[in-house]
Design a protein around this ligand. Structure first.
Ligand code: ADP
Length: 169
């Protein structure tokens, strides 16, 4: 039985991520989408919000589960009995960083293989950062994310920019 994990920040999940999830779920018996609690980046969404949005997006996928984790990804993979770690590759700019992570992970835990899936051309430019930048300035993000994520992102920015109670107009 092949168990794979797909780790990332998913802040928030995009249609590019979902494309990788669907394809990885087709070629593995079980796929665990693993949402990183502590990353170097300051996330827009809390860990609970990121997990909840992903669970809504993956609701119809019978062999996909969504979990959060903290610490080293290889340790979480081992805990889940996963032997495959899935990563998406968008462009050469991803490659340098991704190969370094994959080689480090292999040195730490040789029993776990990294599987790279090339992004579909349709989503090759897409990142969570682009989605947040577009939404921050009021652009339509419905092409990039599912309706639940679109609503959550707009709500987040509304909360962030809403005048604080008691403040002067
Ligand atoms: P991280 O903080 O680990 O880079 P991300 O949530 O940004 O987490 O990405 C998780 C994984 O999804 C990474 O392997 C990344 O390359 C991949 N990914 C991100 N956006 C896309 C996309 N548009 N198409 C395919 N893969 C993607």
């Amino acid at each position: 039985m092949s168990i794979a994990i797909y780790p990332g920040s998913f802040d928030p999940v995009t249609k590019g991520h979902l494309d990788i999830i669907k394809r990885a779920a087709r070629i593995n018996d079980k796929l665990i989408v693993a949402v990183l609690v502590n990353s170097a980046k300051t996330p827009l969404f809390t860990i609970e919000e990121r997990v909840a949005l992903l669970r809504e997006c993956c609701a119809g996928m019978h062999n996909v589960t969504v979990e959060s984790f903290d610490g080293l990804t290889v340790n979480f993979a081992k805990k889940c009995h996963a032997t495959v770690m899935v990563r998406g590759l968008r462009a050469v700019t991803d490659f340098e960083n991704e190969i370094q992570i994959a080689q480090t992970n292999h040195a730490l835990m040789p029993g776990i293989e990294t599987m790279f899936l090339a992004t579909s051309i349709k989503w090759s430019y897409l990142s969570s950062t682009i989605v947040k930048e577009a939404a921050r300035y009021g652009s339509d993000i419905s092409k990039f994310v599912t309706p639940n994520v679109e609503a959550a992102v707009h709500e987040k920015f509304r909360e962030m920019y809403a005048p604080k109670q008691g403040s002067q107009p």
